[in-house]
Design a binder for this molecule. Sequence first.
Ligand code: MN3
Length: 211
Amino acid sequence: MEIKGLNQIRAASPFELPPMPYSKAALEPYISEKTLSFHYEKHHKKYVTTANELIKGTPFEKMGLEQVIKETAGKNEFEKLFNNAAQIWNHWFYWNSLDPRGVKKPQGELLKQIENSFGSFEQCIKELGDAAIAQFGSGYAWLVKDGSAIKVIKTSNAQTPLAKNQTALLAIDVWEHAYYLDYQNRRPDYVSAFVEKMANWEFAQACFEGY
Ligand code: MN3
């Protein structure tokens, strides 16, 4: 499959807002056009603007986004740049983790490794959803490939598996801006809709195989 926004993710600064892979109404009724408009046009765009301001005139200017994230991770002096650069990447990854056509189960080697790691596909989905519900405050739940295992992890704020040398396969944004207009405090309903109606396993497969 073609992954939307890869060119923007690979290019050096000034970074560009990666395109949405679908229209902003495409995920209704599970995620409204209003939520996606705010989330993309305000939040995601602001991370791009801020990262570009911070990167100007620094040695990071000539690096691709993924390298900037890896080089600034865990370094206090670059915390603000890391946060904004990682959020550009995390949101690009999150848009692609959603499929307006609905859920199609993974197949082949990915399914086999999921079954090896979790026992069954259903158990994997359950653990991913539970992690998204349990993440305290802002952050993400991720399905990742870590060595030969498939794992569910939670991260806070802008933290990203990219900086931990794990291969991200799916991301659920559980910052309140991702769901509050549609679900208010009912995060579990948003998470159920994600895993049952929208999770993009074709994208997970592409990440698993190496994009
Ligand atoms: Mn977000």
